[in-house]
Write a protein that binds this ligand. Structure first.
Ligand SMILES: C[S@@+](CC[C@H](N)C(=O)[O-])C[C@H]1O[C@@H](n2cnc3c(N)ncnc32)[C@H](O)[C@@H]1O
Length: 308
């Protein structure tokens, strides 16, 4: 398969969301070359919400053998992660000759690896694409945590764990969080376990154990029913409500205009394929970002910190 002209950038799509990444990067007209979940795009890196990992400076390297490939990669830097698209056995043999990179699940609260991690692929029998600089400090941008299988009521807590870990920001003891669309209570549990107080709202009740948490107070109702003018200042607004993006955007801007919420973490639920217009207003909010998390489905997480 033909490579784009250099310079190009490589973007790794989440499993099941290649078409979303391709659309975001400009589709066929942008001259993309797509192989499995790896999307090569001519030109310098562009912002991408969908990419789990961006290979910022891919180099095309001709190799004469497995040993030669490992030698050339090691000459660039120490740590490499393989994303295999072709010649899988040969690629694996090359990776085995490179220093071992730990793939251990991350305990929540511990820092992410800080040594540079490059990504590479064996494009053809004798061609390697290798990028020493990538956006993600973990292989393929996939965040695996040491899971808590007893306390949270579902796996949604992993979305908040990933957000806090990736951005190295956590609710602090004593902070106040408003959790909209909170049931059965995974996000509320995460914030409360960080020591924050949580006021949670959902049309449905919380899981009994979460409801009894001393720092969580739940109210049955609509997350849109609460008027921010009638609340004091809050440290975090969480929303994981299943709702139209426009409705969420209106809610968020009311809080922003009043200047009464410091940090936002909101899931933007997407419908069909024509959602690009729905995302534009979120992307236009200065200082914020949209990202696809390892445990997100067809949705993106919108984050804004330190507004006041
Ligand atoms: C994906 S679940 C939330 C999971 C939750 N974040 C957790 O960690 O357990 C979406 C929730 O949004 C709630 N929801 C949808 N529309 C709502 C609304 N208008 N007001 C309040 N809750 C709403 C649903 O009842 C549902 O419990």
């Amino acid at each position: 398969m033909q490579l784009p002209k250099q310079p190009f950038t490589a973007y790794l799509a989440p499993r099941g969301f290649v078409s979303d990444l391709v659309r975001e990067l400009g589709g066929k007209r942008a001259g993309l070359v797509v192989r499995d979940r790896l999307v090569l795009r001519p030109g310098e890196p562009v912002e991408s919400a969908w990419a789990h990992n961006v290979w910022f400076d891919p180099q095309v390297i001709t190799i004469s053998s497995i040993k030669d490939a490992a030698r050339q990669l090691k000459a660039i830097q120490r740590n490499w992660s393989l994303y295999s698209v072709d010649n899988h056995r040969r690629a694996k043999l090359i990776q085995e000759q490179l220093p071992h990179v730990s793939a251990k699940p991350i305990p929540f609260g511990s820092p992410l690896p800080d040594s540079p991690l490059g990504s590479w692929t064996l494009w053809s029998h004798d061609t390697v694409i290798a990028s020493p600089t990538c956006s993600s400090p973990v292989s393929d941008g996939e965040y695996y945590f040491v899971e808590n299988k007893t306390d949270p009521p579902n796996r949604a807590y992993l979305k908040l764990w990933e957000t806090f870990t990736r951005l190295n920001r956590f609710p602090r003891p004593g902070e106040l969080c408003l959790d909209l669309g909170s049931s059965p209570g995974g996000w509320s549990w995460v914030a409360a376990e960080c020591g924050a107080y949580v006021f949670s709202i959902d049309k449905a009740p919380l899981d009994g154990r979460i409801d009894r948490h001393p720092r969580i107070q739940h109210c049955i109702g609509s997350g849109f029913g609460l008027d921010p003018r009638h609340c004091g200042t809050i440290d975090w607004l969480f929303s994981d409500m299943a709702c139209y993006p426009e409705r969420l955007y209106n809610l968020v801007t009311r809080w922003l205009e009043l200047g009464r919420c410091r940090n936002f973490v909101c899931t933007v639920k997407l419908q069909g394929e024509e959602y690009a217009k729905d995302l534009e207003p979120f992307m236009a909010i200065p200082g914020s970002r949209l990202m696809h998390l390892s445990h997100n489905k067809h949705e993106l997480t919108w984050v804004l910190f330190d507004t006041i």
